[in-house]
Design a protein around this ligand. Structure first.
Ligand code: SF4
Length: 474
């Protein structure tokens, strides 16, 4: 099989992995401007907001595992291919030289064994980094069950690592991916977290005891469902001192670069029966315990007739994935906890309303909030106020009072926010705060947005037509 045929098979096999940001859209040119391919090239963003195009590909799709939800599973009747380490390294360099890509997103099935596959990935990265001096971005997937030494070596060459959790509970993992043991997923996550934290600590001399997190590990409350607690050690001062000494002894190793862009993971949505609350609580644990950079959600795409999976006609709507990402932002940037986003009666997110609006309507007694007096944390909870606009409000009111007319310039989505605020003591949302009325208004606004920006619209939007103008106004 030649390299081109391998690319076709292995780029297509990688499109289900969303642990990096990707267009994920197949759109033919049809004589219009541009086109988009679901597989092959994906995108990620650097810390300064720059978009980086990556060659997104599997090392192999020859898998000895048989995960029910996966197109590459052993029992799947598909074409199979594997790269040689040098072949993939050469391909990456050739693509890079032609300016097709700026980096590599390398995932893989499990060929022969986790260590066998990971060692070949390690060889490929070694050729790229050491032989060719490739300094571009590399995101490498860690297969559950790989030995710690190989993870460490890959981490020294990759910018970002990811291990996919895939399913939100142990029950679903045991049912749908029985060969993937929770321990084999959480142990590498923990190893990466510890190495990253040690490196960060060693960058600043004298910081050893400042961040007790590193040594107490008290927040590693994600239990290994097989019975072992991921948490180890009692966090005592003696233990901290012992670990500090051990870390110091590593000396030069601290100067080595280990996965500087951190680690991410992916959870498949809708292949198993967990509700949104369970999924967001699992994400919260992952952020807290393993300091994940991102938890990605991937709506299950039917690839199998297994009776254990939803039928193709009950596949989860993509809107669910979208709402989960919004809830994830509330966790990461808006100071919400999973228990606040949901209550016992509402374990699923409302597909029609964004989760922040849903929370505000359930907690209407906390509003209206006076824009000129509220703490930053309260401002962040107002629908229509984002992280940037909340900070701008705090900054501006140090100089002078913020008036209602200032809000739009500050970046607040006034159409949403006006029901939840007062400005200089005046309420702009009508005669009274009535949740049903606000909800209807919000739903109407969402419908307008849907009409203006249909999700499955395959046409190119003109830069100058009225849709663009209305989009800015909405
Ligand atoms: S190990 Fe990965 S590639 Fe193999 S069947 Fe499971 S999910 Fe698919």
């Amino acid at each position: 099989m030649n390299t081109f045929e391998k690319i076709k098979i292995l780029a297509d096999g990688a499109k289900y992995d969303v642990s990096c940001s990707s267009s994920g859209v197949e759109r033919k040119n049809n004589g219009k401007l541009g086109s988009s391919a679901a597989a092959g090239i994906c995108h990620s963003w650097s810390a300064d907001g720059r978009c980086i195009s990556l060659l997104k590909i599997l090392f192999t799709n020859n898998c000895v595992f048989d995960c029910e939800y996966c197109v590459n599973r052993r029992s799947s009747d598909i074409s199979r291919a594997s790269f040689e380490p040098r072949e993939l390294a050469n391909l990456t360099i050739e693509f890079y030289k032609r300016n097709y890509i700026e980096g590599l997103f390398l995932s893989s099935a499990v060929e022969v064994s986790p260590d066998h596959t990971a060692d070949r990935i390690r060889s490929c990265l070694q050729i790229l980094r050491e032989e060719y001096g490739f300094a571009g971005y590399i995101h490498a997937k860690i297969i559950p069950g790989v030995s710690p030494e190989i993870i460490h070596q890959i981490g020294l060459m990759a910018d970002r690592l990811s291990i996919n959790l895939e399913l939100p509970t142990q029950e679903s993992l045991s049912l749908l991916a029985p060969q993937k043991k929770p321990k084999n997923i959480f142990t590498p996550m923990k190893q990466i977290t510890q190495t990253l934290t040690e490196r960060r600590q060693l960058k600043g001399p004298g910081n050893m005891f400042k961040n007790r997190d590193l040594y107490s590990e008290g927040d590693l409350r994600f239990l290994d469902p097989e019975g072992e607690n991921v948490t180890q050690g009692d966090g005592s001062l003696m233990e901290m001192a012992g670990k500090a000494l051990a870390v110091h002894k590593q000396g030069n190793r601290s100067r080595e670069r280990f996965a500087p862009a951190g680690q991410t993971t992916q959870i498949i949505i809708g292949a198993s029966p967990e509700n949104d609350r369970q999924i967001i609580k699992t994400s919260e644990d992952l952020y807290r315990s393993f300091k994940m950079k991102r938890v990605y959600f991937s709506a299950y795409i039917p690839v199998s007739n297994s009776p254990l999976l939803p039928t193709p006609f009950t596949a989860p709507p993509l809107a669910r994935e979208h709402r989960l990402y919004q809830a994830d932002w509330l966790l990461r940037f808006y100071g919400f906890s999973a228990d606040e986003i949901f209550d016992e009666k509402t374990p699923f997110l409302d597909l029609d309303l964004d989760p922040k609006m849903g929370w505000a309507l359930r907690n209407i007694e906390k509003f209206p909030v006076e824009i000129n007096k509220a703490a930053l944390e309260e401002l962040l909870r107002i629908p229509g106020v984002g992280t940037v606009s909340a900070l701008r409000i705090v900054r501006q009111r140090r100089q002078s009072a913020v008036h209602f007319d200032d809000l739009k310039k500050i970046g607040v989505v006034v159409k949403r926010a006006r029901y939840f605020i007062t400005c200089c003591g005046r309420y702009y949302g009508g005669n009274d705060i009535v949740p049903e009325f606000i909800k209807n208004e919000a739903l109407a606004a969402e419908k307008i947005k849907e009409r203006l920006l249909p999700i499955d619209d395959n046409t190119q939007i003109s830069m100058f037509n009225s849709i663009t103008v209305q989009r800015e106004k909405s």
